[in-house]
Design a protein. Structure first.
Lengths: 276, 276
DNA sequence: TGCCTACCACAACATTTGTTAAATATACAG
DNA sequence: CTGTATATTTAACAAATGTTGTGGTAGGCA
């Protein structure tokens, strides 16, 4: 059992107001195209589908690192699409232990399940500073049901998420600490690359050792032990709140990583049947 | 790390031929109604939906305990619906360690994800003797797409499955062995009751201690230790390949079980929008 | 500038859980 | 009945991982 840590609630209320992103402007059109790209990855969408997506209401939000995007138990009214930055989901036991049960990268819908589940069973937090667009749940539902190919793409997205959860269960349940750490690095970098967000397979994972521990069922102390030896072996380099793979093949070997479960490179079988 | 165990492949080929269930006859109509009941649990279906479900091709199969229903890597052509008996999913590491990542009870679709994912990332095995009906994947796909309310029910089914995976991650990652064992008992009995398969919350879980260990990230030896003390405390009774809860409140306390993640008692929001 | 906080490093020690191996039950098949 | 396979029980021991606590460093902020 890891030490019981109180995770401070550094939620939105105590944070300063919305801060627009100074470096570059992001507009609605760009986001629509991001969403279209995401949902087309395994599924072709037609012009009408594109139109429906472009018609969604979008509400930009900036979240500081460690703030909540979704809270457990809340009846959610909006669905967040990650535009910039990383997020994660967490669940807490009654006695305050935390598990981080997934990582989300730009281009991920963070809580598609809220379209059909009435209350969230977990929290979603910003890992880094995050820009998201919020879309009303009701619109997403209508989109899914009137544009079947889009609905199907969202469904498939959830299926792959499920496959990732299963792999994490294997990771935490049956791999030793060293392999677990290696595995999360492999997965993260592979997903980043697949999403076109990184040219190389050298993840730059901006997590604290405590967060890493919570994602892997370990304590931060033990994660520290593992990372130090990995660095000594030349597998990774590290900074504060950040880990970088320097020897992909080595890390991959330690993790016994097989990306099959990510279901990349899968076109979908069959054409979408439109109406009955 | 648990001992490396070779799980014998006692798959269908070496087993005797299909043995029809002597005790009672099961017919197509009955199964259709089971499927309709399952998919109506959180979603109302109309007469047309019912008709579509009744029109599915169904192929009865009997699986002996420990035989495979689905194998990792196979491109699946059929979707199994569990009629009788229990099944489980497993994933293996390259070096032969196993994790059991879910339990399936009668009324569950065992591999709905195969509708849209081209190869399975895990195995499905019969925990007890099982009767299933197999439905061609292509028909399921057409059903989902032509009967939107049915598709939506299948989608929701997958969402809840995802919620269960997340809870298992919390369980294995952050609860001690004793709570883990208690938690799986709570979940199983709650699901059985919710599915109308058991009047009481006293699960009768027909798993070996080794299987239990694989589902909880523990070794069978340690599961044995836990179960013995639980029996001594009057929380459970046991037989070979079977555990029964005798003190529900006690077990629940040990597990710190909160069934929110099962999303029982959820009617779905909104009417299904039919066509565009 | 200097304080505060978050994060990381590290050590000594404690505990849970895993390992190995053998003995004992129990069910089933012949 | 008897043999065989499967499952459980148990013990002695080993190892991985958790616990506690202290100190260090970097960066944000007053």
């Amino acid at each position: 059992m890891p030490s019981l840590v109180r995770y401070p609630d550094r939620g939105d209320p105590i944070l300063p107001e919305f801060v627009p992103n100074g470096d570059r402007t992001i507009d609605r059109n760009q986001i629509s195209e991001m969403i279209i790209a995401k949902l087309s990855r395994r599924n072709s969408l037609d012009a009408e589908d594109h139109l429906a997506i472009r018609g969604l209401s979008m509400d930009f939000r900036h979240h500081f690192a460690s703030s909540y995007l979704v809270r457990e138990g809340q009846p959610p009214s909006r669905c967040a699409f990650l535009v910039e930055g990383y997020a994660y989901r967490q669940k807490l036991t009654i006695d305050g232990h935390r598990t981080i049960c997934s990582l989300e990268v730009p281009g991920d819908f963070v809580d598609l399940q809220n379209i059909y589940l009435r209350e969230s069973d977990h929290d979603v937090l910003a890992l880094t500073d995050v820009i998201s667009v919020d879309i009303p749940v009701a619109e997403m539902r209508v989109l899914a049901e009137t544009a079947p190919a889009v609905g199907r793409a969202m469904w498939v997205d959830g299926l792959i998420e499920g496959a990732i959860f299963r792999e994490w269960l294997l990771n935490i349940g049956r791999r030793n600490a060293r392999s677990r750490v290696a595995h999360i690095l492999c997965e993260f970098s592979t997903r980043l690359q697949a999403a076109g967000l990184a040219p190389e397979l050298t993840a730059d994972l901006p997590m604290t050792q405590e967060q890493l521990g919570d994602a892997l069922g370990l304590t931060s102390v033990h994660v520290n032990r593992i990372l130090r030896t990995m660095e000594a072996e030349g597998l990774v380099t590290r900074g504060k709140r950040q880990i970088t793979i320097t020897d992909w093949q080595g890390i991959r070997r330690v993790a016994t990583f097989n990306p099959r479960y990510l279901h990349l490179h899968q076109e979908q079988p069959g054409k979408v049947v439109k109406n009955r």
